[in-house]
Write a protein of this length. Structure first.
Length: 106
């Protein structure tokens, strides 16, 4: 698998992981806590594989950028988080940065 495919898998797991934190209720619920820990590992392992072919700074920035964007979008869709022009502008800037890093080749 290419480093960028590993990175996209890691980022997808990061989005899932971010959504798994709230149901743990402060890590007091056993099953949601286990799911949270498994998703954390599922996010970090492919990130380490991606970093074998992508510079660390680029890989981590893309990973967190996609994770943050996914968390905000799912927060809006699932939890009714507010949609404001400033939040949408922030998401746009993050996505633009991720695209620029990918286009730079590393």
């Amino acid at each position: 698998m290419s480093p960028w495919a590993w990175l996209l898998g890691a980022a997808a797991a990061e989005v899932a992981w971010s959504q798994s934190i709230k149901p743990t209720d402060g890590f007091t619920r056993v099953l949601p806590t286990l799911v949270c820990f498994v998703l954390g590992v599922a996010a970090v392992y492919p990130l380490t594989r991606a970093m074998q072919g992508i510079p660390v700074g680029t890989a981590y920035t893309v990973f967190t950028g996609i994770g943050a964007t996914g968390a905000v979008v799912l927060g809006i869709v699932w939890y009714g988080d507010p949609v404001t022009i400033l939040r949408l502008t922030g998401i746009t800037l993050v996505v633009t940065g991720v695209i620029a890093l990918r286009a730079s080749g590393g």
